[in-house]
Design a protein around this ligand. Structure first.
Ligand SMILES: Cc1ncc(C[n+]2csc(CCOP(=O)(O)OP(=O)(O)O)c2C)c(N)n1
Ligand SMILES: [Mg+2]
Length: 563
């Protein structure tokens, strides 16, 4: 005889989980003692809020390709915790959510306090999660909890990956599990097996011919190309055939952005060079890219137009090829498998030099990687100064984590990253406050790399307590706060008539010190490089540093998005 909670922990281990991120409550609290026994094999990371825990689980999944586990009590996992779940849904990150109905003794029908059963007067955890997960199991019996968890792992890691949830009726968590031959449970492994659907060979041949016929082909690389294998294959193929690579937000820097085929990230917050190169393409291959409106400027026909350009689309989910725009050729399959199948096929190499010449001229014409002149007010820096320092000091061993706002727009549009896979960005919902917990999870996954998080003063204030988690969990990071005392990106649209965009001053360096981190204030461009070098050294000693950078409130995103 065992208990549900014991079986849950066993199932997590069977499914290959090694970490969970939590801020516990009720049903999740009841499971915690079971994790004690396996603490040498399974790390439970304690955060300061469900928001931070859900982001960490999402980023863990994003970076490892294995589901990140988020555990939280019903009313909080489904509200503040929804933040990371929704990012996982939109960005295709594998994630498993473990939560409860928070109904104490199980009698939810009279319940208003915390109750998430869906009964009258209660809210409904299952319905909330059902709108933002790929799969949501609801367990009212112990055996269902185990089976639901097995299936949550299955669904989370099947293509297209994403979040899956298990909602448990709270009292079953502590209940004993009597043997019941009608409800047989089996080891998890057999539920998780699958082979990828291989791309159709004839269609790949047609794709090769289409690319070979092109004068100015462009690949739009999306989230589906963000795996170590696919990054290498993509750079190899594009380089060999001289095909321009423009990326979505989720795929920024999937290849070295200084390579001769890179034109940068698409969209209003991307590079003009990418947008203009796409506009002049005769053949477009959308590769693991859903053609989302965020990077196609809301279906700007000047950029991509099926009546003017020949479009092929590769996606692991057949529903996603030909979703936003009609396509000439739709191939179901993993981007890496399609690239592999294209190896050795003629993609128009005879035109390579001409194609590369076009890309180079395009990048030159649109100033790819050339910072516009910016002069900040005395005692402040401009975002361009941060971009310049990052450009000079990022090493291949660094990871760069972004948040939202002007600060990130300057990086996505202006900084050419040389190390594929180095960037971690919220390309799903793009929520402020994501960056800090995302950076912590990045450090957890890459303990040997220096993790730098760039974030605005608005963003950092939202998940500030995460700095304490860096100390407590010994996951040191470096944080650059672009502190312009306000919601810069929103303020830029106010035309001087400011409402609800200006913040009172916060001194993040002092706050950081109060949380056990290093804190330094930078108010002129010359000091930033040294501050970053010192933070790097502090990181080696296991210490987190916050660099509070005084950004000129007048610095705006308009110069880099004005096209
Ligand atoms: C959680 C959340 N709320 C609101 C928004 C809308 N939004 C996008 S950028 C931005 C301003 C960001 O301010 P800050 O973090 O200080 O960065 P800045 O633009 O000043 O560099 C807002 C409100 C968002 N992306 N996320
Ligand atoms: Mg700001």
């Amino acid at each position: 005889m065992t208990t549900t909670k014991n079986a849950l922990v066993r199932t997590l281990l069977e499914c290959g989980a090694t970490h969970a991120f939590t801020l516990p409550g009720l049903g999740i609290t009841w499971t915690l003692d079971e994790f004690y026994a396996v603490r040498d094999r399974f790390r439970v990371v304690l955060t300061r809020s469900e928001q931070a825990a859900s982001v960490m689980a999402q980023v863990y999944g994003k970076l490892t390709g294995r589901p990140g586990v988020f555990m939280g009590q019903g009313p909080f996992a489904t509200t503040t915790g929804a933040f990371g779940i929704l990012e996982a849904q939109f960005a295709g990150s594998p994630m498993v959510v473990l939560t409860d109905t928070s109904c104490y003794d199980g009698f939810g029908m009279y319940g208003v306090y915390q109750t998430m059963t869906g009964d009258y007067g209660a809210a409904d955890a299952r319905t909330v999660l059902g709108t933002m997960t790929k799969y949501c199991a609801y367990a009212t019996e112990p055996h269902e909890a185990v089976y639901g968890l097995q299936l949550a792992f299955k669904h989370a890691q099947l293509p297209r990956m994403g979040p899956a949830a298990l909602v448990m009726k709270t009292p079953i968590i502590r209940r004993e599990m009597p043997d019941n031959p009608r409800q047989q449970l089996y080891p998890s492994e057999g539920y998780l097996r699958h082979t990828p659907a291989r791309p159709d060979a004839d269609a790949v041949g047609a794709l090769a011919r289409l690319l070979a016929s092109a004068k100015t082909p462009v690949i739009i690389a999306g989230q589906g190309t963000q795996t170590p294998r696919t990054r290498v294959l993509l750079a190899e193929l594009a380089g060999r055939a001289g095909i321009a690579v423009a990326t979505s937000y989720n795929a920024k820097a999937v290849i070295d952005e200084t390579s001769p085929v890179a034109v940068g990230m698409l969209g209003t917050w991307g590079s003009k060079s990418a947008n203009r190169m796409l506009a002049r393409a005769d053949v477009v291959l959308a590769l693991g890219a859903s053609l989302g409106p965020d990077y196609l400027r809301f279906r700007d026909a000047g950029m991509l137009d099926p009546t003017r350009q020949r479009i092929a689309q590769v996606d692991v989910d057949p529903r996603h090829a030909g979703w936003v725009l009609p396509v000439e050729l739709a191939i179901t399959g993993d981007a890496g498998d399609v690239l592999e199948a294209l190896r050795g096929q003629d993609l128009g190499e005879h035109g390579r030099e001409g194609r590369l010449g076009t890309i180079a001229a395009n990048n030159e014409d649109h100033g790819f990687g050339v910072l516009p002149p910016c002069t900040p007010a005395p005692g402040t820096l401009h975002y361009a100064d941060i971009v310049r320092v990052l450009d000079r000091s990022l090493t291949p061993a660094d990871m760069l984590v972004l948040d939202a706002g002007n600060n990130r727009i300057w990086v996505t549009s202006q900084l050419r990253l040389r190390t594929p896979g180095q960037l971690v960005a919220p390309g799903g919902i793009g929520g402020m406050g994501w960056g800090l917990p995302a950076a912590v999870a990045t450090r957890l996954v890459h303990p040997d790399r220096h993790v730098i998080c760039l974030i605005g003063d608005g963003g950092i204030a939202m998940t500030l307590a995460t700095l304490a988690t860096c100390v407590q969990e010994q996951l040191p990071i470096t944080v650059i706060v672009a502190n312009n005392r306000g919601l810069g990106m929103v303020r830029d649209n106010m035309k001087g008539r400011n409402i609800a965009v200006d913040f009172s001053a916060l001194d993040f360096a002092t706050i950081a010190r109060g949380m056990g981190c290093e804190g330094v204030r930078v108010d002129h461009a010359g000091a930033l490089g040294d501050a970053l070098a010192a933070a790097r050294e502090a990181g080696r000693q296991g210490r987190t540093t916050v660099i509070d950078v005084a950004i000129d409130p007048a610095a705006s995103h308009v110069p880099v998005s004005d096209y």
